[in-house]
Design a protein around this ligand. Structure first.
Ligand SMILES: [Zn+2]
Length: 187
């Protein structure tokens, strides 16, 4: 059975048997926090469990590497929406060790794109639009430094309220252990 069909079949039973009932909550986070973390598979259940977070507790934004790279990109917008519209009062940025974005090599990714049929013209489009594609694809060398950088981007963002603590943490994906790299209450 194909993946989508498998999911839809499961979903039918899920709804029919009212298994959603235990997840009933509102769109406002009980713990008044918004969390930005990585899309890594190992964090899907581990991260919420390791932080004692359940459905309804938190707004979660996910992106490769938990990176905030653009002050007016969709990640920053999500954090602002969480704070202004959805009652989040603190921001948590949580990177993790052994992240796929650590030491990402743009050139090898560009090579994979070529192998999968992306033409030089397609890749050149970026250059013509003034986008440095290598810079755009690049991850980071050190996750702790990267989290500190993202914390500063959010904390110093002109539209972020000054009284919102922005914490920076790194999680170990094999044990769930958290390390604080920026304590947002210290600012
Ligand atoms: Zn990651």
């Amino acid at each position: 059975m194909k993946l989508l069909d498998e999911i839809l079949q499961f979903n039918n039973e899920f709804v029919e048997e009212k298994r959603y009932e235990e997840f009933t909550t509102t769109k406002f986070p009980n713990k008044r926090m918004v969390l930005l973390t990585c899309m890594d598979t190992r964090l899907v259940e581990l991260l919420p469990r390791a932080m004692n977070i359940r459905n309804g507790d938190v707004k979660i934004v996910k992106t490769a590497g938990a990176l905030v790279t653009h002050p007016f990109g969709s990640i920053m917008r999500s954090l602002l929406v969480a704070v202004y519209e959805l009652q989040a009062e603190e921001v948590f940025i949580i990177g993790h060790y052994d992240c796929g974005m650590s030491g990402m090599k743009p050139d090898s990714m560009l090579e994979s794109m070529r192998k999968r049929g992306k033409s030089e013209e397609a890749l050149d489009t970026f250059t013509y639009s003034g986008v440095d594609v290598r810079e755009w694809l690049k991850g980071f060398d050190n996750v702790e430094e990267s989290v500190v950088h993202s914390v500063h981007m959010v904390k110093k963002h002109p539209l972020m309220p000054n009284d919102v603590p922005v914490h920076g943490l790194v999680i170990e994906p094999s044990t769930g252990e958290l390390k604080v790299v920026v304590n947002g209450y210290d600012d």
